[in-house]
Design a protein around this ligand. Sequence first.
Ligand code: BGC
Length: 316
Amino acid sequence: MKKILVLALVAVMMLGVFAVAQAEEPVKVGICIYQFNDNFMTLYREELQKYLEETYGAEVTVVDGKNDQNTQTDQVNSFIAEGVDVLIVNLVQATAASAVTALAQEAGIPIVYINREPSEEDMAAWEGMICYVGADARQSGSMQGQIVYELPDHGDINGNGTVDYVMIQGDMENVDAQYRTEYSIKYLTDNGVEVNKLFEQRGDWMQENGQQLAATALAQFGTEIDVIFCNNDAMALGAYQAITEAGRKMNEDIYLLGVDALDEAVDLIEKGEMTGTVLNDHIGQSHKAADVAIQVANGEPLDAYYWVDYQMITGE
Ligand code: BGC
């Protein structure tokens, strides 16, 4: 009897050792963010890390590129030296993709690019092992234009026959800035609306810059301005402060548009204090990026692109 018990115990212990040896090592993920000082990318990276850890038990390290490509390239090299299984990279400069891909390719480490879309040519450089996860910024631009077009006056709030607008742009390193600038206006002109650009400047996605640029435009053009388009909500929140300070009445004598659907912007829209925004789905994008990063770390090839839709947000 005793012998049987001892044998059983030994068998159980051996099974235990076997199970430990079999237990998979956590997937090591190195995440490079272009800079931590960005409202939208803060929501994105927090969700990305949480989801990777909670859903996949991944070992995640996130680093701040401080808006400097050299810093970020060093960080990529460190991750490669540490032997991460997969990289998730939000480039500082989209044009650095070919150099970053080459580094990873040499080490055989796949890359999921997020938020700043590299060129098509760069995305074709290493098939199955690199991809881009993002939203098509043409769509967000068109949606901003559509929100304005669907207003009773099609955006011509001062009734002078043209939509006189101010454009506050993001950092052009992100094609989102280029496409949102172009497609918001294209939607209006495609629908026969006459437009007139009064002012266009870069605010590099930052709230303070949005406030300052909107204040400058308001001082210069006053009631001539019908619409202030901002390439993102952070800058729109800044513009909102400037508009209030200038004593203008939102949706009565001026319209204001952003992109991202930050909580603060959605609150303003609900109160009629901002005209509209477009949901830039950081949850959908971060989950997709995490899913495909784990997929490729487990040896399954990637598609070149994974797209997540935008969604219009208005007072209705
Ligand atoms: C977002 C911006 C953000 C930028 C960073 C854009 O997609 O709309 O809010 O600052 O990405 O690259």
